[in-house]
Design a protein around this ligand. Structure first.
Ligand code: HDC
Length: 277
């Protein structure tokens, strides 16, 4: 049995994560440990496992692996238990699920459970990593259906029910990386250039978290959330989260206002209390 990697949460990790998702000094419940309703934004569920030791390395599972060609493709997060702990130890157990061959790229899916000190599962994560230039190895063309983690979540034809716009800051990635993702793609212009980007791009999990914050603000807690990263975001750009409430589910997509391009597609969150709004 895998050993698991412990991650210690304290108000420091909580506040840093919330700031990374654009919390303001006036959002006391997100930035002041003395606030009565102090809390971490729910997408924090991706952080403990992000900091966990991977049971494999990419060059063992795909050909021609180049870290500069790696992009985050999709993310699914399940939150099994509220409230999310703001202190204590959370242990993650990542495992390889699938490697698919998209011709020009490889897609690698991992799954991880994160447990609290009682041994209860608090978070389940499934991450899809898109590795350009690592395909054509004769692998399966697609990944099997995994329910909510792979759902298409097509938005309805009507105009969105709720829209939230938020401008990221030019320093958003510089701040977000301190929650554990030190990939140079998000900070080093030399690295991002080789990866095909004029400027360092924002972490997928940062704009996933900002959209998740918009859903949380408008609809309350969610049991799970899934996104596809369809386009990149440059720190400083404005995100527009468009949301449609369909029963217990909020289907959403996120656009970059300055370009009109989609950054998140095929996305949805299932609400804990679907009756809100
Ligand atoms: O969609 C394109 C794109 O640019 N997306 C945005 C990527 C991005 O900005 N991500 C966030 C930033 S990167 C990041 O945060 C990395 C982080 O630091 C590290 C995470 C690693 C953690 C490791 C711990 C586990 C792109 C380039 C992804 C795809 O575009 P195209 O090449 O044009 O692909 P397309 O021709 O449309 O489709 C080819 C096949 O691939 C499937 N696909 C497309 N987008 C996908 C995807 N699969 C998964 N995720 C995506 N985002 C398509 O469905 C298609 O497959 P099929 O032929 O079977 O239909």
């Amino acid at each position: 049995k895998a050993k698991g990697t412990p991650y210690t949460v304290s108000d420091q990790e909580v506040i840093l994560y919330n700031l990374g998702l654009g919390a303001k000094r006036t959002d006391l419940k997100w930035v002041f440990e003395g606030a009565e309703d102090f809390e971490v934004l729910p997408t924090f569920g991706v952080i403990p496992t992000f900091n966990a030791e991977s049971p494999f390395s990419f060059d063992e599972v795909v050909p021609n692996f180049n870290p500069m060609m790696l992009l985050h493709g999709e993310q699914y997060l399940e939150i099994k238990k509220y409230p999310i702990p703001t202190s204590g130890t959370l242990t993650s157990y990542p495992a390889l699920v699938e490697v698919a061959d998209k011709g020009a790229a490889a897609v690698v899916v991992t799954r991880s459970e994160t447990k609290d000190s009682k041994g209860d599962v608090v978070f389940v994560n499934e991450s899809t990593i898109f590795i350009r230039g690592s395909g054509s190895f004769g692998g399966p063309k697609s990944v099997p259906d995994r329910g909510a983690a792979t759902a298409a979540n097509k938005p309805p034809a009507r105009a969105p029910d709720v829209v939230v716009e938020e401008k990221t800051t030019e320093d958003q990635a510089a701040l977000y990386r301190l929650s554990g993702d030190r990939n140079p793609l998000h900070i080093d212009p030399e690295f991002s250039k080789v990866g095909g980007f004029k400027d360092p791009i924002l972490h997928g999990l940062c704009f996933f978290g900002i959209s998740g914050k918009h859903i949380y603000q408008k609809f309350g807690k969610f049991k799970n959330i899934k996104v596809r990263f369809a386009g990149s975001v440059i720190p400083g750009q404005t995100l527009r989260t468009e949301m449609w409430k369909e029963g217990n589910k909020v289907i959403f997509q996120t656009k970059v206002v300055e370009t009109g391009k989609l950054a998140i597609t095929a996305a949805a969150a299932e609400l804990v209390d679907g009756s809100k709004l």
